[in-house]
Design a protein around this ligand. Structure first.
Ligand code: TXA
Ligand code: MG
Length: 344
């Protein structure tokens, strides 16, 4: 199959919408990461997403909509709780996915056999226009091969899926750079399943207490069943050994400089770059947490392309605000290896 590289204009969006209506697969930009879209109401098209990505069939997909009313229009949810309306009012369109009890029209392929469905109304203009033009809800996981980092450019999508999907629309670099926040409202108490652009603090300011699933910040034990199936799968980790250092500024710098080697690199802040004497990858200024989120996946990819790097020491993000999302992705890249220098 030849994969069309489409532009972010009306004519090409129309073309992409036609492909979706005909059961094809289209890579689409969103404000978080690129998604691999298909008609959510067409089980065969949805099954093809799993095939193209090499994604395990028990990992459910997010359904993307272009207005709140789509939930009822397409019978996506059996019930819309008050808290879902509040979250939608405050954070949609945007990087937030809400899990609700599933409606009658959602195929089992989308929800991977669960009785719930994940729904997101993205704010990216192109995604919105594409969904509106296709007049369909669009099922879309991140547009990477399973196990690779989520793509934040159309080129990343092509690197992974060229020849396996019908088209990708080039909408430039994604703003947020990390996948959406996932919260479930399908149980008694709201629970955060994946941190992202809408922070825990923001959610709680609107709907009160939100529980945090233990897999967000900790490694799941082998016998633990994850609330979100995606959390049990191996996440992207560079070939080099990534170790997170929990340390004061001084101890972080001293530890790395005394372990200097051409095979060592550091994931650090702008303020560290001049003081460290190993190869550095800066997440941004120390306090610019949004920037850290935006840069993380690109940095992990760059590290993978430098074969001399064997060990990477990383700053340990705080787990507040956007820091929680960065920490959540980084500990997975590090295989949960955190070295506490303050305790030594
Ligand atoms: O920002 C994003 O969310 C991007 C863009 C394309 O929208 N999409 C994305 O999709 O990251 P994906 O498939 O890579 O991640 C979806 C996560 C998975 O961990 C999956 O297990 C979880 O959401 N999920 C989906 N439906 C669920 C459900 N019904 N119950 C629990 N977890 C669910
Ligand atoms: Mg993904």
């Amino acid at each position: 199959m030849k994969t069309l590289l489409l532009k972010d204009n009306e004519q090409d969006i129309l073309k992409a919408a036609e492909i979706l209506k005909n059961g094809g697969l289209v890579g689409m930009p969103t404000e978080t990461v690129y998604g691999l879209g298909a008609n959510a109401l067409n089980p065969q098209a949805v099954a093809n997403i799993f095939k193209a990505k090499g994604r395990p069939m028990d990992n459910p997909l997010i359904v993307h909509i272009s207005c709140f009313e789509d939930i009822e229009k397409f019978s996506l949810a059996s019930k819309i709780p008050e808290k879902a309306k509040l979250l939608a009012k405050n954070f949609w369109p945007g990087p937030l996915t809400v899990i609700l009890k599933k409606g009658s029209l959602v195929p089992d392929e989308v929800s991977a056999g669960l009785d719930t469905v994940a729904i997101r109304y993205p704010s990216h203009k192109t995604a919105n226009k594409l969904i509106k033009t296709a007049e369909l809800p669009i099922a879309a996981p991140s547009a990477n091969l399973s196990g690779s980092p989520s793509p934040t450019t159309a080129q990343h999508v092509l690197n992974d899926l060229n020849g396996k999907i019908d088209a990708v629309i080039d909408g430039g670099v994604c703003d947020v750079g990390l996948e959406s926040t996932v919260i479930t409202l399908a149980q008694e108490k709201p629970k955060l399943l994946r941190p992202g652009g809408i922070t825990l603090e923001m959610l709680e300011s609107v709907i009160g207490e939100v529980l945090v699933d233990s897999a967000v910040l900790n490694k799941l034990e082998d016998n633990q069943k994850p609330a979100s199936p995606g959390m049990k799968y191996k996440h992207y980790a560079p070939k080099a050994n990534v170790i997170i250092l929990k340390a004061s500024d001084v101890n972080f710098i001293n530890f790395i400089n005394s372990n200097k080697s051409i095979n060592v690199a550091a994931i650090c802040y702008d303020e560290d770059v001049k003081i460290l004497n190993v190869k550095t990858y800066s997440l941004g200024k120390k306090n610019d947490l949004e920037k850290h989120a935006h840069n993380l996946f690109e940095i992990l990819r760059e590290i993978d392309s430098d074969k001399t790097i064997k060990t990477v020491y990383s700053r340990c993000p705080e787990t507040k605000g956007m820091g929680m999302a960065v920490y959540n992705r980084l500990i997975r890249a590090a295989g949960f290896e955190v070295k506490d220098l303050e305790k030594l």
